[in-house]
Design a protein around this ligand. Structure first.
Ligand code: SF4
Ligand code: SF3
Length: 538
C-alpha cells in the first residue's frame, strides 16, 4: 500500500504497511481500486456529457465513494467490496468513451488477488514522488474535500450540475495525459469549486436549520442516560433528535458536531443538552466514559476499543468492520430505534473536561450582525489582528503548539476558527474584546465559508484587498477537507498562509516551490518565531 493523504502519514512520507490511522493494506487497496473505477466512470461521464447525455446515478455515487475514502471515514472491507461492484455497474452502463479508453474504463477484478495486484500498481504510481504524481494527488485529495461537502449539501436537497461536472472532469484528468501546467490550473480550479461547494452547503444548512446564533454550550453532564453523536451530518442529527424526543434520553455532541447547538432548529429540543469531550483523537477515552451509545456520522472514527465496540454505530459513508451500521438511502429516512433502545439500558455519562462552556455559532450572519462593533474595535485599535487558526486537530503532542500559540497571542488579537482544530484552545479563558469573543468559532470545517464571507466584509469595510487586511493565517491540517480549504483560500488569492504541523507529504519539492513562490506558503516553526512573523507589533 501507499497512502500519504493525511498529515499523520508514517515518517512524514507515506504509510506503506499499515496506516497510522489504522487503515489496513486490504482497505487501502479497496479504496484505491474504488477510486480507480470512479476515474473510469468519470471518463465515460465526461464523454457522455459532451454529447449531451446525463447519468443521474454517477455523481452522487462518485461523491459518496470519494468521501468514504477520506481519512478516518470508513474501515469496512464489506462496504468497499459492495461499492466496487456498484461502481462497475454504473461505469458499464455508461456509453463507451471511444476506442482508446484508459484501463480504468475497462478493468474488472475477478477476485481479491486482482484487486491486490491493481492496488499495488496504483500505489507504485502514487509513490513516484514526481511533480505530476503530486499534482494528481493534490487534485484527488481536493476532490475528496469537494465530495464530502457536496455529499452533505445533496443530502439536504442542494445539488449543482457545475460541481458534478467538475468532479468528473478533474477525476478523468488523472488517467489522461495532461501537461503539468494544465494540471496546475485544474488544481487551482478545484479550490474555486471548493468555494462554490462550501457556499452551497452553507445555503443548505442555513435554509434547513436557520442561521447559527452565537451560543454558549454546556460541557457538564446530566443525570439521564445519553446518546453521543459525532461527525458532521446535520440531517442525521435532526433525525436522531426527532426520534429521541420524549424518550427520557439526553443527546450530546462530540467533536465536529458541537456547532450544531447554534442552529435555531436544534435549540428547540430540550433534550439536546450539551457537548461531551473534545476532538476526535480523544474518542478512545471519551467514548468509554460516555457509557451510552455513540453515533458516528462521518469522519473521524478511530479503531474502537473493546470497552465500547458494542455501543458504537456508524451511518452514511462512515463504517468500521464489526461495528453496527445504520443504513438509509443518501439523505433519506433512517431508523435509530436500535440506538434508542440501547441508550435506555445505559448509565449516564461520567463528567469529562474542565466543565467550561464553549462558545460557538459565530457564522457569517451572526458576525455580520455585530460587524459595526468589530469594525469600531479595529478602528479604535482594540482589535489589532485577526488570526485564522481553522482546520483539524490530530494525535501528536506537537499540536500543543496551537494551544501555546493561542495563549501567547496579544490580548488585541482575535482568533477566527472552524473545524476541530479549535479544541486546542476553545476551553481556555481567552476572554472578550468589547463583548466580542476572542475565539470566533464559525463552526465545523464544513462552515469555513463563513470565514471567507467575514474576511470579504472586512475588506469591503476598510476598502482594501483581502491580503491588506490585518489577518494572518496559521492553519492546522489533518485530512483532505482541510487540503481543499487550503486550495479554496489560494483560489481566492489569499497569500502567506502558514500551514502545519507538517507540510503535506504529497506536495513534491517542485510543487512546493510553486506554492512558496506564488503564494508565500510557509510551514509553522516555533510559537515565538511564528508570532513575530504573523502578529507583528504595530
Ligand atoms: Fe496513513 Fe493518513 Fe493514509 Fe491513514 S489516511 S493510511 S494515516 S496517510
Ligand atoms: Fe476534524 Fe476529523 Fe478535520 Fe472537520 S473531524 S475538521 S479532522
Amino acid at each position: 500500500m501507499f497512502c500519504y493523504q493525511c498529515e499523520e502519514t508514517a515518517r512524514g512520507t507515506g504509510c506503506t504497511t499499515r496506516g497510522v490511522c489504522g487503515k489496513s493494506e486490504e482497505i487501502a487497496g479497496l479504496q484505491d481500486t474504488l477510486i480507480y473505477i470512479c476515474k473510469g466512470i468519470a471518463v465515460r461521464y465526461v464523454a457522455a456529457m459532451n454529447s449531451g447525455e446525463r447519468n443521474r446515478e454517477a455523481s452522487p455515487f462518485v461523491a459518496e465513494s470519494l468521501f468514504a475514502t477520506l481519512t478516518n471515514v470508513n474501515f469496512d472491507p464489506a462496504y468497499f467490496h459492495a461499492k466496487i461492484a456498484e461502481a462497475i455497474a454504473i461505469r458499464d452502463a455508461l456509453p463507451q468513451a471511444g476506442k482508446s479508453e484508459p484501463d480504468a474504463c475497462r478493468w474488472i477484478p475477478k477476485n481479491d488477488a486482482d484487486i491486490a495486484a491493481k492496488a499495488q500498481e496504483i500505489a507504485g504510481a502514487a509513490s513516484a514522488g514526481d511533480d505530476l504524481a503530486s499534482l494528481r494527488a493534490l487534485l484527488v485529495f481536493g476532490l475528496k474535500g469537494v465530495a464530502a461537502y457536496y455529499y452533505h449539501a445533496a443530502a439536504l436537497g442542494y445539488t449543482d450540475a457545475g460541481i458534478e461536472s467538475f468532479m468528473h472532469r478533474a477525476l478523468a484528468s488523472t488517467v489522461t495525459t495532461l501537461s503539468p501546467g494544465a494540471m496546475t490550473e485544474l488544481v487551482l480550479e478545484c479550490g474555486g469549486v471548493g468555494v462554490t461547494t462550501l457556499a452551497l452547503l452553507d445555503k443548505a444548512n442555513t435554509t434547513h436549520y436557520g442561521n447559527p446564533e452565537i451560543t454558549s454550550v454546556k460541557t457538564t453532564v446530566g443525570t439521564k442516560p445519553g446518546i453521543l453523536i459525532t461527525g458532521h451530518d446535520l440531517k442525521d442529527l435532526q433525525q436522531l433528535l426527532d426520534q429521541t424526543a420524549g424518550t427520557g434520553l439526553d443527546v450530546y455532541t462530540h467533536g465536529e458536531m458541537l456547532p450544531a447547538h447554534a442552529y435555531p432548529a436544534f435549540k428547540k429540543y430540550p433534550h439536546f443538552i450539551g457537548n461531551y469531550g473534545g476532538s476526535w483523537p480523544h474518542q478512545g477515552i471519551e467514548f468509554e466514559s460516555f457509557n451510552g451509545p455513540i453515533l458516528v456520522t462521518t469522519n473521524c472514527i478511530i479503531p474502537p476499543r473493546d470497552s465500547y465496540r458494542d455501543r458504537i454505530f456508524t451511518t452514511g459513508p462512515a463504517g468500521f468492520s464489526g461495528v453496527a451500521h445504520i443504513a438509509g438511502s443518501r439523505g433519506g429516512a433512517k431508523d435509530f430505534s436500535e440506538i434508542v433502545a440501547l441508550a435506555k439500558t445505559s448509565t449516564p455519562p461520567v463528567p469529562t473536561g474542565n466543565g467550561r462552556d464553549l462558545i460557538t455559532g459565530c457564522g457569517h450572519d451572526a458576525v455580520l450582525r455585530i460587524a459595526g462593533t468589530v469594525i469600531d474595535a479595529v478602528k479604535k485599535g482594540e482589535i489589532r489582528r485577526f488570526v485564522v487558526m481553522a482546520g483539524c486537530d490530530g494525535r501528536q503532542s506537537e499540536r500543543e503548539y496551537y494551544t501555546k500559540f493561542a495563549e501567547a497571542l496579544p490580548k488585541s488579537a482575535i482568533i477566527l476558527t472552524a473545524g476541530c482544530a479549535k479544541y486546542r484552545y476553545n476551553s481556555l479563558e481567552l476572554g472578550m474584546i468589547g463583548g466580542i469573543p476572542r475565539v470566533i468559532d464559525a463552526g465545523q470545517c464544513n462552515d469555513c465559508y463563513s470565514l471567507v464571507v467575514i474576511a470579504q466584509v472586512l475588506a469591503r469595510a476598510f476598502g482594501v484587498g483581502i491580503n491588506e487586511l490585518p489577518i494572518s493565517y496559521n492553519i492546522a491540517w489533518y485530512e483532505q477537507k482541510a487540503a481543499l480549504v487550503l486550495l479554496a483560500l489560494l483560489n481566492l488569492g489569499v497569500k502567506n498562509i502558514t500551514l502545519g504541523p507538517k507540510l503535506p507529504a504529497f506536495v513534491s519539492p517542485g510543487i512546493l516551490k510553486v506554492l512558496v513562490n506564488n503564494f508565500g506558503i510557509a510551514p509553522n516553526t516555533t510559537v515565538e518565531a511564528d508570532m513575530a512573523r504573523l502578529v507583528p507589533v504595530p
